[in-house]
Design a protein around this ligand. Structure first.
Ligand code: SAM
Length: 322
């Protein structure tokens, strides 16, 4: 097992099935152009081999499928079919939910029990302004169906000053009523936001302000969370839970156990580092050749993790999977 001097190791793998996305969210894509799949994206087979090799070489236990937007990819079905045979403790998916209704039977059939759906607002106009694609009603419809199918749903919201910070309480009410756990993700300094003049400071809406807003309506207490959790969890007694991923206010680098594999075969050990390690070529090799080389790259990827706090990075989430 590869462990660093802070005792961190890779347990959780996020795989970006494709860089293509049917949204172009303002905080993710500066020019508003929707990303298409890269020409050199890994096949579903190569990705499954990648996961299998990483289970062995790094001790991966849990997998999250992300993107880009995973539900737009034709690789989803073959990938899910194979990867669910690998004996992982948990497989989940992060999606914008636009195609959720259509893809729900496939997700349920694969045995998936948990979904994270990104939803920044319940206001249709603000939705169009932020996502620059899709429509709110389709997402809400998909969410009702996922709930009906018994899936455990978390909603991811990135609060942005001046764009959707008025939606903190409406979204929290919406989630509490349905038994969804809302997770507020503090805006991260990534891609264009990491540059001077990128608008990070103007848009950032931090945890202190967020909790003060929630306290106007609800009493809440901090709840237990797993040791390597990135979210602080709170309970609103009698109503439910919510979480805050406070990468700026309460950094979680010390306990980060995440590894990311991009759709084009690059390993990323840290969201905040521009270092990446190409493994695409190893995935065509037999296990006895691939594993030693992979282990050497994993040592370097673990070394890329920040000691204490996220310091921003030029990489954008949709390339490496948020
Ligand atoms: N398309 C899928 C979705 O919308 O959930 C998966 C990919 S998306 C990049 C994953 C998550 O990253 C989303 O919840 C999105 O809001 C978040 N995200 C992207 N850029 C971000 C940023 N700069 N700061 C915080 N969260 C960000």
């Amino acid at each position: 097992m590869i462990v660093d001097r802070q005792g961190r190791r890779f347990r959780n793998l996020r795989i970006s099935l494709t860089a293509a996305c049917n949204y172009a969210c303002t905080y993710c894509v500066p020019d508003g152009k929707r990303l298409v799949a890269a020409q050199d994206e890994l096949s579903a087979d190569a990705m499954v081999r990648g996961v299998a090799y990483l289970i062995e070489a790094a001790g991966i236990e849990r997998l999250r499928i992300t993107g880009g937007e995973p539900l737009v990819s034709p690789k989803l079905e073959p990938f899910l079919r194979e990867v669910s045979q690998l004996g992982l403790q948990d497989i989940s998916l992060t999606s914008n939910g636009q195609l959720l209704s259509r893809k729900l039977p496939l997700l349920v059939e694969s045995g998936m029990r948990r979904l994270n759906i990104s939803l920044d607002t319940l206001d249709p106009d603000a939705f169009k302004r932020i996502a620059r694609g899709g429509d709110l009603d389709s997402v809400l419809q998909g969410l009702e169906e996922a709930k009906g199918a018994g899936l455990k749903v978390k909603i991811n919201m990135v609060p942005l000053r001046g764009q959707n910070h008025d939606q903190v309480l409406p979204l929290l009410d919406y989630c509490l009523e349905r038994g969804f756990e809302l997770r507020f993700i503090e805006l991260m300094r990534m891609g264009h936001l990491a540059r001077d003049g990128g608008g990070f400071q103007q848009q950032f809406y931090g945890m202190d302000e967020l909790l003060a807003t929630i306290a106007e309506r609800y009493e809440f207490v901090q709840a237990d969370a797993p040791l390597d959790a990135t979210a602080l969890r709170y309970e609103i007694p009698g109503h439910g839970f919510f979480g805050v991923i406070a990468n700026e206010s309460v950094p979680f680098c010390r306990t980060c156990s995440r590894l990311r594999l991009s759709s084009t075969g690059w390993l990323h050990g840290c969201l905040s580092s521009s270092n990446r390690h190409f493994v695409g070529d190893l995935l065509d090799k037999p296990r006895h050749q691939a594993l030693p080389a992979l282990q050497r790259l994993l040592v370097r990827a673990l070394g890329d993790k920040q000691d204490l706090a996220f310091s921003g990075g030029v990489t954008v989430m949709k390339i490496i999977g948020g």
